[in-house]
Design a protein around this ligand. Structure first.
Ligand SMILES: [Zn+2]
Ligand SMILES: [Zn+2]
Length: 287
């Protein structure tokens, strides 16, 4: 992990002592995300994609099943240590004979119904299970972004991530030319977007698009919201884009904006922006 990520983690822990246990989970994810071992699982993507299809859509993945199981169990055990009643129910997910590939696939495709089903079958709290399961594919997705960032079509204009199909975590308005980029909270991907367009429903009527500036947020942090679909995007004015390893932390550190948006009746859409279909197969490691 880089020093700046470490410092941000420590600062967040100081500002929000009640977050310490969850930050330990995030720290584990960021540590794993830096590992090159996931790079081998990223499939080749030479062929050009159709305009609206993320690079991960339709991929067949060969994953090292035992290493995936180790990572999943390690993450779940770290979450159990948070010690709340809900998180402790996740222990059952490490004891059961969990179908690790199917869980990975459901998380990768943001298949909320399947994750819910798995949680219920295991006797784990569904909310806690979904929150932790969402982090399982993050190291793999960062590896995809490392490999594919340069293959993102320049013409990409969708609101969802061109790598993994997720809705953006936030937008960045960069530099003196104020170019607008959307950032993915899963793979850390970045793609350029039109200002004054709702990424969720494509609304361009400026009467339907509002900017909310919560008190204390400062002029460099606003909420851009759409009155038609009631979606919102946190938008940060910045000189340059945040490094990949900091996206999850930037998203967490600006939770005050999420709270303000909710209070105004706006929300982030549930589920993926683009429903991926991915085949994840286990591959035994060649010793
Ligand atoms: Zn993504
Ligand atoms: Zn909208």
């Amino acid at each position: 992990m880089t020093a700046s990520v470490d410092t941000t983690l420590q600062e967040l822990g100081r500002q929000r002592p009640e977050w310490e246990p969850w930050l330990a989970v995030v720290e584990k994810v960021l540590g794993e995300t830096a590992s090159a071992k996931w790079d081998a699982a990223v499939p080749d993507r030479h062929e050009p994609r159709e305009g609206k299809v993320p690079l991960l859509a339709g991929a067949t993945l060969a994953l090292d099943a035992s290493s995936l199981r180790r990572w999943t169990e390690e993450l779940i055990r770290t979450a159990c240590r948070i010690g709340t009643e809900k998180m402790t129910t996740l222990e059952r997910a490490t004891q059961a004979s969990l179908d690790i590939l199917s869980l990975f696939n459901a998380s990768l495709c943001q298949d909320g119904d399947r994750l819910n089903h798995t949680a219920v079958a295991l006797g784990a709290d569904p909310d806690a299970f979904q929150a932790v399961a969402a982090l399982i594919p993050v190291p793999f997705l960062h590896a995809c972004n490392r490999r594919w960032a340069s293959s993102i079509a320049k013409s990409w204009m969708e609101g969802y991530c061109p790598i993994c199909g997720a809705w953006p975590a936030f937008a960045e308005v960069r530099g003196i030319e104020r170019s607008r980029y959307l950032r993915c909270g899963r793979c850390a991907g970045e793609w350029q977007a039109h200002a004054l367009t709702c990424p969720y429903c494509g609304m361009t009527d400026h009467n339907q698009l509002v900017s909310l500036m919560p008190e204390k947020a400062g002029a460099s942090r606003v909420i851009e919201a759409c009155k038609r679909c009631l979606g919102y995007v946190k938008t940060f004015t910045t000189l340059q884009g945040s490094p990949a390893a900091k996206i999850i932390l930037d998203d967490l550190a600006s939770v005050d904006l999420d709270v303000a948006a909710l209070e105004h009746g706006y929300r982030r859409p549930q589920g993926p922006g683009y429903s991926l279909e991915v085949t994840a197969r286990g591959q035994s490691r060649r010793e």
